[in-house]
Design a protein around this ligand. Sequence first.
Ligand SMILES: [Zn+2]
Length: 174
Amino acid sequence: MTPHSGSQYLGADVAVASNDPEHLQFLEAAGRGEFVLQQCAECERLRYPIGNACPFCMALGWQWAAVSGRGTVYSYEVVTHPIHPSFRGLVPYVIVLVELDEQRGVPGEHDALRVLGLLVDAEGNPEPEERAGINVRVQVDFADLGDGLALPRFRLADEPSEFPVWRYGYDGAG
Ligand SMILES: [Zn+2]
């Protein structure tokens, strides 16, 4: 049950079930500095979250594909209530739903490859809510979990937004 008992996140042990090689491989790739997602062997579309079948064509075959980890914040939320005792020191923190640059507008005009992650600063601390916003550019960053594993997360990218930035309750918006 705990093939990576040496891994920790926020002081808590990271356990990956032995019958869940996909999540373990995802964390191992991040440990090598690679952000990978499943790519369908049939329709070749990338997908997230990790799952057994392609949500687009139902095919079971897939392989890992490295993605850039660059994207735009599609939406975000501020977590103020810790979901686990280890998160007490982290709140408030921002979780971003990132629309990756890969596969935008696929399969439909409003579809995209969207992934979730914590928004952190250069030191790995949570970015304050005031710095988050819809349409801000972000890039993947990795939280080292130890024992060869890491957890993908995001930090602000030093590049202009393609569209106006919207912040809830700030800059006169909301
Ligand atoms: Zn498919």
